[in-house]
Design a protein around this ligand. Structure first.
Ligand code: KIV
Length: 288
């Protein structure tokens, strides 16, 4: 690929980095490309509502994904499969409203792009026009390259997603992808196909760390790992998993940075006990 000069790789708003930079304008896909040139790693979190997104924005998270993991983590479905484009549009719009700096990537849900490029363009256009996202994400490598190409040609930046693709859970289950020679070769073909189609980044989900490292070396677009080892350019986690809000089991690759489920449960019980015991509200909480 064309090498960029140092001046070209310095963020145009004077900030130093995607994370920790000082700029207040929205991060763009060009900033993401420049970060790869600088060899800079960056974090991405999912978000599904305005208030949570504003916390992550203030924390400096440069890219937020309104993932269809909202199905499991926000909307109460068992998988991502039932999530609709209407639901993704509402959630994406809320996250855009809650943020000032982060690049917001809206996920195209199952059934909103598999028919072909024209359906994909119609669906992505809704997320861009109605929700205001700066980019969309869709699943699939070679099988989705025509959709990616048309969206990119139409001016919609696309983040691709290969490896484990949860929308295909009924066909592939939740298993590590890319193990073995043939599967690894397919994953590399998928990675190159989405890059050639114009994707600005690619999520690698649940693939062996060595393979993810190789894909990261080979591609000139950034790789975003989830369960893909330490060598990818960026890392993404589902926020409810990494902050300990998700009930039940979370995948082995998740690091738990907080225990919000306990914090929130304790707060709810303390409130309930105050109400039942008559110690809330007190005079200081009352108006006259
Ligand atoms: O929907 C989602 O949250 C995702 C991430 C796990 C990458 O696709």
């Amino acid at each position: 690929m064309t090498q960029l000069s140092a001046a070209q790789t310095t963020p145009s708003d004077g900030s130093k980095a995607l994370y920790g930079g000082k700029g207040t304008r929205r991060i763009t896909v060009r900033d993401i490309a420049l970060a790869k040139e600088r060899g800079e790693k960056w974090p991405m979190l999912t978000a599904y509502d305005a208030m949570t997104a504003s916390v992550f924005d203030e924390a400096g998270i440069p890219v937020m994904l309104v993932g269809d993991s909202a199905g499991n983590c926000h909307l109460g479905y068992d998988t991502t499969v039932p999530v609709t484009l209407d639901e993704m549009t509402v959630l994406s719009a809320a996250v855009v409203r809650g943020t000032k700096r982060a690049l917001i990537v809206g996920d195209l849900p199952f059934g909103s792009y598999q028919e072909g490029p024209v359906q994909a363009l119609r669906s992505a256009t809704r997320l861009v026009k109605e929700a205001g996202v700066g980019a969309v994400k869709l699943e699939g490598g070679e099988r989705s390259h025509e959709q990616i190409r048309l969206l990119v040609e139409s001016g919609i930046p696309v983040m691709a997603h290969i490896g484990l693709t949860p929308q295909s859970v009924n066909a592939m289950g939740y298993r590590v992808q890319g193990r073995g020679e043939e599967a690894a070769a397919q994953l590399l073909r998928d990675a190159k196909a989405v890059q050639d189609a114009g994707a600005f980044a690619v999520v690698l989900e649940l693939v062996p760390a060595e393979l993810a490292a190789e894909v990261t070396r080979v591609l000139h677009i950034p790789t975003v790992g989830i369960g893909a080892g330490p060598e990818t350019d960026a890392q993404v986690l589902v926020w409810t998993d990494m902050m300990g809000l998700t009930g039940g089991r979370v995948p082995k690759f998740v690091k738990k940075y907080a225990d919000l489920r306990t914090v929130m449960g304790d707060a709810a019980r303390a409130f309930a006990e105050d109400v039942v015991g008559g110690t809330f509200p007190l005079e200081e909480h009352s108006v006259h």
